[in-house]
Ligand binder design. Sequence first.
Ligand SMILES: *[C@@H]1O[C@H](CO)[C@@H](O)[C@H](O)[C@H]1NC(C)=O
Length: 325
Amino acid sequence: MDRDNFSMVSEFVLLGLSSSQELQLFFFIFFSVLYVAIILGNLLIILTVTSDSSLHSPMYFLLGNLSFVDICQSSFATPKMIADFLSEHKTISFNSCIAQIFFIHLFTGGEMVLLVSMAYDRYVAICKPLHYVVIMNRRTCNVLVMISWFVGLLHTLTQSSFAVNLPFCGPNVVDSFFCDLPRVTKLACMDSYIIEILIVVNSGLVSLSTFFFLICSYVIILVTVWFKSSAAMAKAFSTLAAHIMVVILFYGPCLFIYLWPFTTYPVDKVLAIFYTIFTPILNPIIYTLRNKDMKVAIRKILTHYLKPKKITEMPLLRVIKCCRI
Ligand SMILES: *[C@@H]1O[C@H](CO)[C@@H](O)[C@H](O)[C@H]1NC(C)=O
């Protein structure tokens, strides 16, 4: 990385989630368990969606992709945060700090567009059922996934280019568990007002526009089923309630932190937990436990991999069993 002599900061100090000594061990265990659950839950979804041919449809392809983004989203900062609970010196090098900024915007940007794609898929399925197969074909699905990564990349390249070029010469303490762009910008030894405006405009553009699309598609879906039947309404509502909950938990904190980057609140870092840890674990819970096809497929996979080989395949065992009876 090419930085001029003016910037002297080569590493940042992260204050972590809490300064309380007693809480460190508790947090360490709590977040380790959550992290393992996120990885296993989302891996299980990916495995189920890719291996069960009855789930080879756009909705599940998108769900599998969402799980993949969730794994990435929870892995760019959480493992370091967990390790930091046990260490005295929570530092991060300048380059890793920029990398964290790069990845968080790549994955959140991608996840936002992916959530819109999933809402669009439900919109077509519920409002244009006769055209579903034609509209949501394999190609559309691939294009939607590519668009999410492209938007995420575009968003993050613009955001992190602001951060890379900032001069850092003095204070280097970031009051969070990862390098959060609004907080890092505050440490620059120059007037960062313009940069902060650019951050708001950039994040606002991505988050508010996708949020707008999501709300619109949910409203259209609900209005459509409203006129169909109350049974359809109940079914659609139970699916949508899950989506809407993810959207609120994910967008609420993002909008709060990034639309007011001028003042950073202590609560910001707690809110950041929501989109780095809580939504990645909620997705598997919400999208799978409420979905019958998914539950059946997962049970099939688990029995396939976890059950010991059938008795009939082991003649010796059968003999033993017979004799015992
Ligand atoms: C992601 O989406 C693509 C394109 O539709 C699909 O081929 C792929 O299987 C999906 N990935 C997962 C893990 O489901």
